[in-house]
Design a protein around this ligand. Structure first.
Ligand code: FES
Length: 106
């Protein structure tokens, strides 16, 4: 597989409003995209606690709160704020020509 093949197109950047989590399923994997400032972050939709969907959670600045038991994760790093060694899987993103691409594996 070439490097180009590893990137998956998800959406147009203009269709990704600032600070509004959007859910995608590249290759069946639930993934939240967050457009914040000039960056787009991609993180797993499944909470590390008991797997609730973070897409139903609340975004507060750089934090997303799980709707089930209120765990809060930093959307820039995936870290649980009260215990930073616990992290959500994060995925590299690439912006090119107004398009958003994500990579599932390194
Ligand atoms: S499942 Fe997310 S805090 Fe419990």
């Amino acid at each position: 597989m070439s490097d180009t093949d590893a990137w998956i197109y998800l959406t147009e950047l203009k269709d990704l409003p600032q600070n509004v989590p959007r859910l995608f399923y590249p290759k069946g994997l639930g993934m939240l995209l967050l457009h914040q400032g000039a960056e787009v972050f991609a993180l797993s939709n499944r909470c590390r606690h008991m797997g609730c969907a973070l897409a139903s959670g609340t975004l507060e600045g750089d934090l997303i709160r799980c709707p089930c038991h209120d765990w809060a994760f930093d959307v820039r790093t995936g870290e649980l704020i009260i215990s930073r060694e616990i992290r959500l899987p994060m995925y590299p993103t690439r912006l090119e020509g107004g398009k958003v691409f994500v990579r599932l594996e390194d």
